[in-house]
Write a protein of this length. Sequence first.
Length: 214
Amino acid sequence: MKTKTALAAALPLLLWAAGAHAQEAVIPPPKEPLPVEERPADPSAPARVRVGAIGGVGFPRPLAVEGMAVLGGTVALGAEYAVLPAVTIGGMETSMWSLAGDARVFPLRGPFFLGLRAGRQHVSASTTVTVGSLGSAAESLSLDSWFVNPRLGFLWTSGAGLAFGIEAGVQIPVSAAVSSTLPLTLDPAAQATADVLGKSVIPTVDLLRVGVLM
């Protein structure tokens, strides 16, 4: 009789212990937080902005440097200065520089982009012209033009911020003003330089662009 009473008294305690043990068995262990790079993007979080500079070599202005800001991997805005150091073209010593604003759109959110550059270009040229019996005379030419430059290309940016790119397009003159110390008709080379660099549609190629975008 005493044994049955003891079992009856201990039964609730045994049931409670078994239930508590079962609850502990089904509680899953806490999950470790995902690494930052694997966490899903928060739509409410502000888009990341990369800021930096890239330099390039290409045609028609061999050297260029551009300050750039990339917003969310979809749009890039920049300002570019490009220069052609003094070289001799067709017997004329010629130099050139340009200042331009630049925009790129990355439609696939990858390295491929569509771009548009617009700005002002200045060309200076000088030569010596022989004018019949009058002898030789120095001629200086100055050409200022406004242009647009639609293009496409690729711009890769690593996680560490190193940027590499290539691109190609066409430069389209919008307006041009030419001044010369002598009539251009006296020097066909000067006339050709003015026509090609200021009044003609010419291809543009950036063979390599390298920079840092942090």
